[in-house]
Write a protein that binds this ligand. Structure first.
Ligand code: KG4
Ligand code: ZN
Length: 384
């Protein structure tokens, strides 16, 4: 036994990434391995569950082996104190590969098994420090996040605004009523023929586009609501595409989505991508800041704002939040720290975030986590 602290080996297979990480004391990433299936699913423009599950089966053991290699030669199973795994929500056939693998390891190696909610994992991405990813001793960890904090977690499958007063003390302030922001990015990207996954493709196209070229709706819902809705915006983009094609005399009932998208000029795509991205970013940043202002006004001294989930990789979103915070200045009664995952791979699905969340779950109640018996994956989005 060489490695101090509590080392958790975490597995995440909820969608199309086969991931294994080793995380020490909830914050220090000793290894973070991700086998992405993005190229495979790019061919179909989205994830085919059966294909994803088969890929997980092929990748899961190599990914675990690689995590050990990354953690260092002297790191062995003896150094692993517990096994963590995403229990859901996600694609059920993908989840099963992860939960079964984790259960078998837990049973054979006689280590406690810690099931983790996927969204809880994303929330903990900001507790990770990437600074010591290749080292085996604690150095350069960023300061611990300070409570209370508000985290906006935005992904392809979920979209939540959460008040976190402490570990285990979380309140959902708002969530999406229809599409998640990442889902809207993916669908719009498909209609524009930009590829999968949509977020990075739209962001790239938007760099060359004019965000004011198209007037697109921003749904803020009822006054004071911290919920989200992106389906109206998505429909508006699709309508713009159809209108353009009709004006060009294209029969939109003939041909598939990609063939129709191929008829759109690059400038049109770039401008529409930029206008769409700006609308999403506007709503997300506004709701995050609205939550901060509301809770500060109510006397809750929010110390930090966090962005998490795949969409938190979006640079325009990050810079807009910073810009809006700067504009608010002292009017919010004191500084607030803004964090987003220090490493882009902690934004999208990864196992390091699962290892972090698992550590704090375990610390709160060590006796409740035992060597595996039965672990049934869940598709429920309920955090508690
Ligand atoms: O968290 P994640 O990996 O998976 C889910 O839990 O859903 O998020 C994936 C989502 C996809 O919808 C993808 O298009 C989006 O995150 N995404 C982005 C960016 N990178 C990934 N959205 C906007 N801008 C990006 N740079
Ligand atoms: Zn996710």
């Amino acid at each position: 036994m060489y490695h101090p602290g509590m080392n958790i080996l975490a597995i995440e297979t909820s969608c199309d990434e086969t991931a294994c990480a080793i995380v020490r004391d909830g914050r220090e990433v000793l290894a973070n391995v991700i086998a992405s299936q993005a190229d495979i699913h790019a061919e179909t423009g989205g994830v085919v569950p059966e294909v994803a599950a088969r890929e997980h089966i092929l990748k899961i053991l190599p990914v675990i082996e690689e995590a050990f290699e990354k953690a260092g030669k002297k790191f062995t199973w003896e150094d692993v104190d517990a096994i963590a795994v995403t229990k859901g929500p996600g694609l059920i056939s993908s989840l099963i590969i992860g939960t079964e693998t984790a259960s078998v390891i837990s049973y054979l190696k006689d280590k406690p098994l810690i099931p983790v909610h996927h969204v809880m994992g994303h929330i903990y991405a900001n507790f990770l420090s990437s600074a010591s990813e290749v080292s085996t001793k604690s150095t350069n960890l960023q300061p611990d996040p300070q409570f209370p904090l508000i985290v906006l977690t935005v992904s392809g499958g979920h979209n939540e605004l959460v008040l976190m007063k402490d570990h285990g003390d979380l309140t959902i302030l708002g969530e999406t009523r229809d599409d998640a922001a990442g889902e809207a990015f993916d669908k719009v990207s498909r209609v524009l023929g930009l590829g999968y996954p949509g977020g990075p493709k739209i962001a790239k196209a938007a760099e060359g586009g004019n965000a004011e070229a198209f007037k697109l709706p921003r749904s803020f819902l009822e006054s004071g609501s911290l919920d989200f809705s992106f389906s109206g915006l998505k429909t508006a983009v699709i309508t713009k595409v159809k209108e353009y094609l009709r004006e060009q005399g294209v029969d939109i009932s003939v041909g598939n989505v990609q063939e129709l998208a191929n008829k759109l000029p690059q400038k049109f795509k770039n401008d529409l991508a930029a206008s769409f991205q700006e609308a999403v970013v506007d709503v997300l940043s506004e709701k995050l800041l609205q939550a901060l202002i509301t809770y500060r006004e109510d006397g809750i001294d929010i110390k930090e704002l966090h962005l998490a989930g795949g969409v938190s990789a979006n640079l325009r979103l990050r810079e807009t939040v910073i810009h809006k915070l700067q504009k608010l200045g002292n009017s919010i009664g004191g500084p607030v720290k803004f964090r987003y995952p220090t490493n882009i791979s902690y934004c999208t699905d990864n196992a390091a975030m699962i290892g972090s969340a698992a550590y704090y779950l375990y610390k709160a109640n060590p006796k409740s986590f035992k060597k595996a018996t039965n672990l049934t994956p869940t598709t429920s989005f309920d955090l508690f």
